[in-house]
Design a protein. Structure first.
Length: 339
């Protein structure tokens, strides 16, 4: 009797061990097969590089040649395209009619999706409607926050320029500014004019718009210089693009002005200017993110039927202020050309 007890104990121990082993084995099989089935049922819609069928997306912007802001947008778009197995066709033209023709070219090529800016919405309206009627999904980004839904776009990625402008106006008031010259480098561009309108709305002092030709930097410099000489009461120059801001700092020096410079948008050189104090602050709308999301959203729509913002609300990528308090962090990314 007593001798049988160890035997029973050993048998019990063996049975428990076998049961535990079976459970672990089944759990392992369940995990492996479940993961495999989940991956297969997702149709390639998962993290990492997509295995979905290759698609072609046209990105069509109103970029002015030489404006490095658009290089950052393009980098974001290319990163998403590489991840999503997308062939990206990038074209641009600042002229509204020419940009509309580029959209028509994309329709003729039967692309799988179009990402477009609506800086001049009236010029784009008819051609964008043709793309929608042709069954091509279209998303907006960067410019057109007030028009994307009217024109039948699926989604929009960018900042509300009026809201951003108001934030700048309030910041200038807090800094003690009294008179601001808001420099618009492309007349008729709705997003730029909305920025200056927002600055005026949020600012407690007086503002004046100054129109320049953003494609001709020597002309930009001479126009700002002349304005500062003519009106020494201007204590802040607000620009709407990084290259214009850097040129404005030269104009301030040439004009013998004490005005300070603030701007919308960033590039690598502008980050350095914030660090050395020649530019006070910048509003970052995160162009890399805009480019990335515009492409990625079309891939998600094609492969999983997703709508960012539910198709009714824009996805805001800004505004965020960059000044001496946080520029060191941003500089790390700007050095790589992604901020």
């Amino acid at each position: 009797m007593n001798r049988s007890l160890p035997s029973r104990s050993r048998r019990f121990t063996i049975l428990v061990a076998m049961a535990a082993s079976t459970v672990l084995t089944l759990a392992g099989c369940s995990s492996n097969s479940g993961g495999k089935k989940s991956e297969e049922s997702a149709g390639g819609v998962s993290a990492g590089k997509a295995t979905t069928p290759r698609m072609t997306i046209a990105m069509i912007t109103h970029a002015v040649p030489g404006d490095t802001f658009w290089d950052t947008i393009r980098k974001g778009a290319q990163a998403a395209a590489a991840k999503d197995n997308v062939k990206l066709i990038y074209t641009s033209d600042p002229n509204g009619g020419n940009q509309a023709n580029l959209v028509q070219n994309a329709i003729d090529q039967k692309v799988d999706g179009i990402a477009v800016t609506l800086a001049k919405p009236d010029a784009m309206k008819a051609t964008v409607a043709k793309a929608v009627q042709a069954g091509i999904p279209v998303v907006g980004f960067n410019s057109g926050v007030d028009d994307w839904k009217k024109q039948g776009l699926l989604e929009y990625f960018g900042q509300d320029e009026t809201v951003a402008g108001e934030a700048v106006g309030k910041k200038l008031s807090s800094l003690g500014a009294k008179k601001v010259a808001c420099v618009i480098q492309e007349q008729g561009q709705v997003a730029l004019e909305a920025r200056c309108a927002g600055v005026k709305k949020g600012f407690s002092g007086t503002t004046e718009n100054l129109f320049v030709n953003g494609a001709d930097m020597p002309s930009v410099k001479s126009t700002i210089t002349a304005k500062l000489k003519q009106d020494p009461s201007i204590d802040y120059v607000v620009t709407l693009a990084a290259p214009v801001a850097l040129t404005a700092t030269q104009a301030v020096s040439d004009g013998g002005s004490k005005a300070k410079v603030a701007t919308f948008d960033l590039n690598k050189e502008l980050v350095k200017a914030i660090q050395d104090g020649s530019i006070q602050f910048a509003v970052d709308q995160q162009p890399y993110l805009q480019g990335y999301l515009a492409v990625d959203s079309l891939w998600l729509y094609k492969n999983n039927g997703n709508y960012s913002g539910g198709g009714v609300a824009p996805v805001l990528t800004g505004p965020a202020f960059v000044d001496k308090s946080n520029v060191a962090t941003v500089a790390t990314f700007a050095a790589k050309g992604t901020r």
